[in-house]
Design a protein around this ligand. Structure first.
Ligand code: COA
Ligand code: AMP
Length: 634
């Protein structure tokens, strides 16, 4: 099947317009597009310009019109609240058109931004689809972020309305969202006119008079509204992701290219068609949740499983397998860290005994590098293909994958397989020359990127060009380093920037450093991602203290851990910090984070020729050893 994969890939690169025009036939267009690929403003490429459609219509209404109204669209499974129910396409249409009707009655209209700060409940999907119905631009903020991060996003997106809920449910208990929302609004300079707040039965939300509206009450007498056609090139959503600075990047996704690419990927990569059941065990706050919990499965008329829980502890490491069996999930998608958590708690796979997984075809993994041990463990226990695939918030859908729907290729452990049609992936050296097979370099994608990838950064085209297009003109910089073997299999090994990946969550070390420096005792901070058996990486902070700090180490570290949790959120998983007398730097003042990371993880490293003071590396190594890292280094 490698020939077929390569043939499709070649077609997509040599004749992108024919390739994607054919894929666009899978959607319903209000107005046909005039151009498939509009390069008139290159390098700002646009797909399907002149075309009009509505993403919500394509994900909901048209399936009802085609007779799928009684099929379950969203299967909600929430072990943390002991709730399971299905929402049919008919019910989904009723919920979404009414919520959109309410929002429209409050003045939300095409192009307005709406922030969604909600847990993993069906109403979150209704909220996203209701925005799409109106042509409003949603921006979902992950619940594990702190108020300060939410405030940053409020200031950047300037939403007309915020949709939220009283709480999320974590294994540790009920997490109140409303106080975080109130705090964020208080911190933000942008004035939010209205918050629509859903009170869950686990926790009632106190509403602020004149600003907050109760969700159920609003829905009770809201009118239904039809889909508003939007330009294919109009934004559907903005999703913030970590950049190298503390200011997150607002990735803008358009309507047309997004719908075409996702529908194509559901069939060709995930082998999911109308009527099939698909489950992506992620969170709607991340890109995986946008693409493969909400939009992708619904665009093809499948059933999507929306899961509120964790791979372990809710209540045990068998919950994924039982859920797959109970709902006859055909393709299942999660992060390697979730499999590592299950493997840790159930090493022999005992929880798989007596579970009928005959309906499951494939396990897909993404979000972080998949180590071969995890891949083999899953393959052996499940006896199914386990498919690593690689992509990013920016691309919105897989860049390298095994196309299980059309052209599966043999699996090579450690590789997310081949570049997917649409992506001309290359590995280059510092000056942009392609490197030979098996040699590591920067992974780049030749422009134009295919449909469904980021159109720009919200209100910041200059940052888009600077971050992604300036290093190698004509190419998109992925920020990942890796290599390609003789057969074109890609291996993604690390980031080339200061982004770390904690349990599949992307975080900026620059942001951690900014927050640590807010502490009055800290003069300077460096944060690196160190290897972690469960989460892949965890952040580790090294701080240089101002003279005269009188706090005990214990008290200082407690305060630093608390400040990160308070400013970034629990998702940061920040627990490792130590003071050092001085940080290792180059003579030009650049902190040597890469070298410190190698020391922490016991990897070989070269003494950087430009180091200002080699002794600083000894100081760092001592601190790392005390923290349980760098112990075996020779
Ligand atoms: N709302 C509020 N808090 C949240 C949250 C949310 N939506 N999501 C996570 N948190 C909190 C957790 O409660 C935890 O808080 P704690 O420090 O009080 O325990 C903290 O953030 C870290 O959470 P998490 O990253 O989930 O770590 P964990 O140790 O609780 O669980 C795993 C470890 C591996 C089970 C978990 O990380 C996991 O399921 N990972 C899958 C990753 C994934 O799906 N990634 C998406 C990319 S595909
Ligand atoms: P995010 O934007 O949060 O989805 O994170 C994207 C980043 O996660 C990528 O740039 C990679 O660094 C990493 N990543 C995602 N999937 C994989 C994978 N399959 N293999 C290696 N790294 C991955």
């Amino acid at each position: 099947m490698k020939e077929l994969h390569n043939q499709l890939h070649q077609e997509s690169i040599n004749h992108p317009e024919t390739f994607w025009a054919k894929a666009a036939d899978a959607l319903s267009w209000q107005t046909p597009f005039a151009k498939v690929l509009d390069a008139s403003d290159a390098p700002m490429y646009r797909w399907f310009s002149g075309g009009e459609l509505n993403t919500c219509y394509n994900a909901v209404d048209r399936h009802v019109e085609a007779g799928r109204g009684d099929q379950v669209a969203i299967q909600y499974v929430s072990p943390v609240t002991d709730t399971e129910y299905g929402i049919t396409y008919n019910e989904l249409l009723a919920q979404v058109s009414r919520l959109a009707g309410y929002m429209a009655s409050q003045g939300v209209t095409k192009g307005d931004r709406v922030i969604i700060y909600m847990p993993m409940i069906p109403e979150t999907a209704y909220a996203m689809l209701a925005c799409a119905r109106l042509g409003a631009i949603h921006s979902v903020v992950f619940g594990g972020f702190a108020a300060n991060e939410l405030a940053t996003r409020i200031n950047d997106a300037k939403p007309k309305m915020i949709l939220s809920a009283s709480c999320g449910i974590e294994p540790s208990g009920v997490v109140a969202y409303k106080p975080l929302l109130d705090d964020a609004i208080a911190q933000a300079s942008h004035q939010v006119e209205q918050c629509l707040v859903l009170s869950r039965s686990q926790l009632h939300a106190d509403l602020v008079a004149g600003r907050d509206v109760d969700w159920q009450r609003a829905m009770a007498d809201a009118p239904n509204i039809d889909c508003q056609p939007v330009a294919a090139t109009d934004p559907l959503y903005v999703l913030y992701t970590s950049g190298t600075t503390g200011q997150p990047k607002g990735v803008v996704r358009d309507n047309g290219g997004h719908a075409v690419a996702l529908a194509w990927s559901m069939k060709n990569i995930y082998d999911i068609n109308a009527g099939d059941v698909f489950w992506a065990a992620s969170d709607v706050g991340w890109v995986v949740g946008h693409s493969y919990i909400v939009y992708g499965p619904l665009l093809v008329g499948a059933t999507t499983l929306l899961f509120e829980g964790k791979p372990v502890g809710t209540p045990d490491p068998g919950i994924f397998w039982r859920t797959i069996a109970n709902y006859n999930v055909k393709s299942f998608f999660t992060a390697p860290t979730a499999i590592r958590a299950i493997k840790r708690d159930d090493p022999d796979g005992d929880f798989l005994n007596d579970v009928d997984l005959s309906g499951l075809q494939t396990l897909f993994l993404a979000g972080e590098r998949c180590d071969p041990d995890t891949l083999h463990w899953a393959e052996q226990r499940l006896n199914k293909p386990v498919i690593d695939h690689w992509w990013q918030t920016e691309t919105g859908w897989p860049v390298a994958a095994n196309m299980m729907g059309t052209a599966p290729v043999p699996v090579k452990a450690g590789s997310p397989a081949l570049a997917v049609p649409g992506y001309d992936v290359q590995v280059v050296d510092e000056v942009g020359e392609q490197v030979p097979a098996d040699q590591t370099g920067n992974v780049v994608i030749k422009l134009p990127l295919p449909p469904g990838t980021l159109a720009t950064l919200w209100q910041n085209e200059a940052r888009y060009k600077e971050s992604y297009l300036s290093m190698y003109p004509g190419f998109y910089l992925t920020g990942d380093a890796g290599y390609m073997d003789e057969e074109g299999y890609l291996y993604i090994m690390s980031r080339i920037d200061d982004i770390i990946n904690v349990a599949g969550h992307r975080l900026s070390t620059g942001r951690f450093e900014e927050v640590l420096c807010q502490h009055e005792a800290v003069a300077e901070a460096a944060v690196i991602g160190v290897d972690d058996k469960l989460k892949g990486q965890v952040p580790l902070g090294l701080v240089v203290l101002k003279k005269g700090c009188t706090l005990s180490d214990e008290q200082l570290y407690k305060e630093l851990i608390a400040i990160v949790r308070d400013q970034i959120g629990p998702v940061a998983s920040f627990r490792l910090v130590s003071a050092v007398p001085k940080l290792p730097k180059t003579r030009s003042g650049k902190i040597l984070r890469g070298t410190m990371r190698k020391i922490a993880d016991n990897q070989n490293y070269k003494m950087p020729a430009t180091i200002e003071d080699p002794y600083t590396l000894e100081l760092v190594r001592n601190a790392l050893t005390r923290m349980g890292y760098a112990d075996a280094h020779v």
